[in-house]
Ligand binder design. Structure first.
Ligand SMILES: [Fe+2]
Ligand SMILES: [Fe+2]
Length: 269
């Protein structure tokens, strides 16, 4: 049974800084790494971790090196796609030793686990908050899906193509998703589209597939569905997703941290 952990939006900042003056994102990512490692006996084995973008806050080399330093403690292999806060050129240079990082072009990659395929797509548009998939990326997706023969597949990219009701985030989601919807909806097998960017666990239909936005590992975008709501973060508990092949793709939300328990429901039985 293939299992994939999805973490998203670590937003690592330089040493000595807090993201947005508020959030110790490096500690949050370290806590996430500790949580995953500690839980592996209960939830594993896990085959791969995918980071769904916004690895860093400003896309600098210092931040990517700090990200790598923290992730070096993870007892699992990982891959990543860029988000709007990433700088693709700097990210490419900082991960040039990783086999999944292409030497040029969009950061697209694919991995086959036998019972499940995992595809990463680059939705970054340089210096823009919104996302877009280039013709090259759409062609990569289409060709890779054609080769899967209907195998259950998870496609991961940073920007969701769906509306969440959080106005300021919906203004910076994926642009022009018509071709993406046609490609995904035309796939013959089970397909799950997973994203980041909104720092919340949200599920919505996208054509004939499920789009699942994963939580951030540290702060959340504030849950405020009012029109004109300000663009805010809230220090809700971070979390990550565990996707596993269990007949179909089953996804679990797991909070980062240590919690009281477990307790037997009925210890006297
Ligand atoms: Fe983010
Ligand atoms: Fe983002």
């Amino acid at each position: 049974m293939t299992r994939i952990i999805q973490i998203s939006d670590p937003h690592i900042v330089p040493h000595g800084q807090l993201a947005y003056g508020q959030v110790d994102t490096a500690t949050a990512l370290a806590d996430c790494v500790e949580t995953i490692n500690r839980m592996l006996p209960e939830i594993g084995p896990v085959d791969m971790v995918v980071v769904a973008g916004d690895l860093t806050d400003f896309g600098t080399e210092e931040e990517y090196l700090r990200f790598r330093e923290i992730m070096a403690g993870l007892e699992l292999p990982y891959r990543a796609v860029p988000g709007n806060h990433d700088n693709v050129a700097v990210m490419r240079a900082c991960f040039s030793d990783r086999p999944w990082m292409p030497s040029e072009g969009p950061v697209n990659w694919a991995l086959d686990f036998g019972d499940l395929a995992l595809i990463g797509l680059d939705s970054n548009v340089a210096a823009c908050a919104y996302g877009n998939l280039s013709e090259e990326t759409l062609s990569f997706l289409s060709g890779t899906l054609d080769a899967q023969g209907g195998k259950p597949t998870i496609v991961t990219m940073h920007h969701p193509p769906v509306m969440t009701g959080i106005e300021k985030m919906d203004l910076q989601n994926l642009r022009d998703s018509t071709k993406l919807k046609a490609i995904l909806s035309g796939y013959s097998g089970e397909l799950r589209l997973t994203c980041g960017h909104v720092h919340r666990n949200i599920v919505a239909p996208f054509g004939s597939v499920i789009c699942q936005i994963g939580p951030g590992v540290s702060h959340a975008v504030t849950m405020d569905l009012r029109e004109g709501a300000p663009n805010c973060l809230t220090k809700e508990p971070g979390g990550f997703l565990l996707h596993e092949m269990r007949g179909g793709i089953v996804s679990h939300h797991i909070p980062v941290g240590r919690f009281d328990g477990p307790y037997l429901f009925y210890p006297d039985r």
